[in-house]
Write a protein that binds this ligand. Structure first.
Ligand code: G6P
Length: 602
């Protein structure tokens, strides 16, 4: 996730760019940079670190012009250095980019053969050279030709020394045009535009914008004109920072399709049936794995245990970090210790990692926040690339962790020869569909709202799920507890008969996670057991499963997907259920009582 800004008009472009970047710093702050068309040709300045470092450098060596682009970075390809900061140049042109060009290695190889030289590790520099390669005096045509060869997610803005124009395009990553008088703007998000205009055009997937002082044209990627759909935004700045959503949590739930793109981007080699993780670990060197984490991250680790055991045939223990440390775990040089953490700072998880490392284990962090303590101390890090998560209750990081766990399981399975390439290809093919399928689940928010309206007065909830969906049930209960303060318990569905069944009466809503898969029939029997005792069942089921309606009062449907991937979709209705319930109860959704986003005390 990065923030991008563009300006063409009559003001000092640097002022507009810096002000815009300041409002987009929530999208990442690993480095920042600007490029401006000056009297002296195209010039750029960029710095690793926060925007402050760039502002200081600009005070020392000012740039002046009325056309420019700017960028604030959340590093994906290559560490946060001056070289890897955007804008990236190729001769007389410069670009800023948010997203991931998946086939950048192939493109880079071809460009190296043509004699281009590279000064950064980024996929963006590849795109800059590719546009330059196609440039024949028309930036718009060159960008179009380059994007026809690029695969992946992008919001990109390009400028050229010889043209008084900004050309932008988007697929997946967001981009908004701001309309002014004698000036026009581009930005990743509305807050950057609010000091100047409230008239905006939200570009859609597969659209380009040609932005000049005197006007803006929107086209598709083939160059056909598209209508200019102008929206008047009427947001407070605080609302705008939440992308127009009332809460960060909802914004983060709704951006999960993009998050999945980002987590998986550039890592799935479907043709070879391989996952490319570039981890400095020897997958053949381990006899056992310990996955350790806290809170939501622990439930992702639990899913990871089942996946790794299934695909890589290695024994895996998943454990809560605060327990692991003090129970004298059996760990040695043949153990791979995996710490799962959004923040990379949770002290229980960090201390557990230190314990395992001191006993000789190899350590791997599955982490969101770049440069955090766990990433510095672990032997290797697999970043989940979920972007900044601000809502205290974790949502998008959970989905990204699950996607990372699937990739790890495939990576280990392939390397250890327990997963054949054909089977891996099927799984990778299905993984590519996940962003689209997640979007489909989110489009059904109204159904969840109705369920929340019906049950939000309940004082207790029970959540049930089997096998891979036991963790889903636990995560659903945790979300509800955290933000609505309703008491919720979760059990593996098969365990219900050994105790919790005594709780069931006509007042108890029971959420049963039962998508199609090898455990479906058994879970359906559990639903019948609940019904027989008067319990009120809310089922999460697969599209087309009409039979489940006979036993459930409410059904929240998710699309069909490979059973090993279904935890990634099945949790989304539960996140929304917790959210809608908390809103109805008037709770402080983003900052629930007593909790902290990152807990650094034992
Ligand atoms: C806190 C948060 C939880 C989070 C847990 C682990 O308890 O309130 O939402 O799941 O820490 O955080 P981590 O940053 O390690 O994933």
């Amino acid at each position: 996730m990065c923030g991008i800004v563009g300006y063409v008009g009559f003001r000092d472009a640097v002022d507009v760019l810096i002000e815009g970047l300041r409002r987009l710093e929530y999208r990442g702050y690993d480095s920042a940079g600007v490029a401006v068309r000056t009297g002296d040709g195209l010039r750029e300045l960029k710095r690793a670190g926060k925007l402050k470092a760039l502002a200081e450098a600009l005070a020392q060596s000012p740039l002046s012009g009325t056309v420019g682009i700017g960028h604030t970075r959340w590093a994906t390809h290559g560490p946060p250095t001056d070289e890897n900061a955007h804008p990236h140049r190729s001769g007389k042109l410069a670009i800023v980019h948010n997203g991931i060009i998946e086939n950048y290695l192939e493109l880079k190889r071809a460009l190296l053969e043509k004699g281009y030289t590279f000064t950064s590790d980024t996929d963006t520099e590849v795109l800059a050279h590719l546009i330059a390669e196609h440039y024949r005096g028309d930036l718009e045509a060159a960008l179009r030709a380059a994007l026809a060869e690029a695969r992946g997610a992008y919001a990109v803005v390009a400028m050229h020394q010889d043209e008084d124009v900004l050309v932008a395009a988007r697929t997946v990553s967001p981009l908004v045009v701001g309309l002014g008088e004698g000036e026009n703007f581009l930005a990743s998000d509305v807050p950057a535009l609010l000091p100047y205009t409230r008239r905006v055009v939200f570009l859609e997937d597969g659209e380009m914008a040609v932005v000049r002082r005197e006007g803006v044209e929107v086209k598709d990627l083939a160059g056909n004109p598209r209508p200019l759909r102008v929206t008047e935004v009427d947001w407070s700045l605080e609302q705008a920072e939440k992308g127009g959503f009332p809460h960060y949590m909802l914004k983060e739930i709704m951006e999960q399709p993009w998050v999945l793109e980002n987590t998986l981007g550039g890592r799935l080699d479907e043709a070879a049936g391989e996952v490319r993780l570039e981890l400095p670990l020897d997958p053949g060197a381990f006899e056992r794995i310990h996955v350790v984490a806290a809170g939501t991250a622990f439930y992702a680790g639990w899913v990871g245990k089942y996946l790794i055991e299934k695909l890589a045939r290695l024994p895996v223990e998943a454990e809560i970090a605060s327990e692991y440390r003090y129970r004298d775990p059996v760990v040695d040089g043949k153990t791979l210790f995996i710490a799962v953490s959004q923040s990379g700072e949770t002290i229980d998880t960090l201390e557990a990692l230190r314990e395992a490392r001191n006993r000789g284990a190899a350590t791997l962090g599955v982490i969101n926040v770049k440069g955090s303590s766990i990433t510095r101390e672990a032997d290797a890090t697999l970043y989940i690339h979920a972007g900044p998560e601000i809502g205290v209750a974790s949502t998008k990081a959970y989905l990204a962790m699950l996607a990372a766990m699937v990739m790890l399981a495939v990576w280990l399975g392939r390397a250890r020869g327990t997963l054949d390439p054909a089977e891996a290809r099927v799984l990778l093919h299905e993984m590519r569909k996940l962003p689209r399928l997640a979007e489909a689940v989110l489009s059904r928010r109204e159904a969840v709202k109705r369920v929340a309206a019906k049950y939000h007065q309940a004082t207790d909830f029970l959540f049930l799920g089997r096998n891979l969906h036991a963790p889903t049930a636990f995560e659903g209960a945790l979300k509800l507890k955290e933000i609505s303060y309703i008491h919720a318990e979760a059990y593996p569905a098969g365990e219900m008969k050994h105790g919790p069944i005594a709780l069931i009466d006509e007042h108890l809503p029971v959420v049963v996670v039962s998508p199609r898969g090898p455990w479906y029939e058994k879970t359906r029997s559990n639903i019948q057991e609940v019904r027989a005792r008067g319990g009120r069942v809310i089922a999460v089921a697969t599209d087309g499963d009409e039979a489940i309606r006979e036993h459930a009062e409410e059904v929240l449907y998710i699309p069909e997907v490979h059973p090993l991937l279904s935890p990634i979709l099945a949790v989304i209705p539960l996140q929304l259920l917790a959210y809608e319930t908390a809103v109805l109860l008037g709770r402080d959704v983003d900052q629930p009582r007593n909790l902290a986003k990152s807990v650094t005390v034992e």
